[in-house]
Every structure is written in C-alpha cells, then in structure tokens.
Write a protein of this length. Structure first.
Length: 173
C-alpha cells in the first residue's frame, strides 16, 4: 500500500503540474520518477502475491496436514489407531476445516486494517494547513516582462515588455 501511495502521489503531482513540466521540458525526469515508483510498486505486488499463494496453499492443505498430523501423533503415542478413532477424528477435522480456512483471510484483513489505522492516525496527527495568503489592497505587476520560449535557436521568442497591471482587491473572481 505504501508503494502504491508513492506512485499515486508521483503521478498526481505530475498531472497537476503537467503544464510546468512541459514548459520546463523535464518530462524525462518525471518519467524516471514515475517508472521508479512503479517498479517499486510492482516488486511489492509480487511479494504480496507470493504471500497470497502461500496462504492459499495453507488454506487448502491445512485440513489434510492437520488430519495426518493428528492421526500420526495419536498412532505414535498409542502404538496404533483404531478405525473408530480414525473416522471420528476425520469427522471432527472436517468440521474444523472451515474455521481453519478463515485464519489466513483474517490475518490478511488484520494487516490491512493495521495499515489503514496507521494512515488515518498519521493524517489526524498532522498539523492544520496554514494560510499562505497575505491580504493586500491589490495584485499588481510593475515593469514586468512575460516571455514565451521559441523553437528557433537565435530567436528570443515572443516577449511582452514593461507591463503594468493593477487588479483591485476582490476583482479577480
């Protein structure tokens, strides 16, 4: 989940700043960041998949292994096992099968719940967002120059020079 969050954050940040990324021509840097986080996510997904296979194996094999271990231990301790004990044990183990099959699922759900609780607590413990705006009488540009890049090497591109703009308070809506 952490790797997935890192990748999602990188992609979200890139999408929100796509104009700036294109304007600055840093697509390759962002591509490396996104691919690195995606590779990390895929490695973590592979690890989760391997654990899921192991838990599925435990789920399917546990009733057989439990019956074999229980019957074998009884036979070893009592120098044999009668048919009545063997069939009774198999009946009891078949009743326990569903209860034992739920254990891997419960473990997985508890791990997911633990991660989610930590995330929620981290969010609740984070400081409140501070205001970054400073009230003023207006938004103004004095002797500003605005340029656009050009594809040609020697040309400066389109430039607006000595721009003076004044937007009164409450008029930029």
């Amino acid at each position: 989940m952490t790797a997935r969050d890192a990748k999602t954050n990188a992609v979200t940040e890139a999408l929100q700043g796509i104009r700036q990324i294109k304007f600055s021509a840093i697509e390759s840097q962002w591509q490396k960041i996104i691919i690195t986080t995606r590779d990390r996510e895929l490695k973590e997904q592979w690890r989760v998949f391997a654990w899921a296979i192991f838990l599925t194996f435990c789920w399917f094999s546990m009733p057989i292994l439990l019956g074999a271990a229980g019957g074998g231990l009884h036979a070893w301790l009592n120098a044999g096992i009668s048919a009545a004990v063997a069939f009774t044990a198999l009946a009891v183990f078949s009743k326990l099968e569903w209860s034992l099959s739920v254990v891997p699922t419960v473990i997985t759900e508890l791990m997911d719940a633990r991660v989610s609780i930590k995330r929620i607590q981290k969010h609740l413990d984070s400081p409140e967002k501070q205001q970054n705006t400073v009230p003023g009488k207006s938004v103004a540009f004095r002797h500003a120059s605005i340029t656009w890049p050009s594809d040609e090497k020697n040309e400066e591109g389109f430039v607006l020079r000595d721009i003076n703009l004044d937007f009164p308070k409450g008029e930029l809506r």
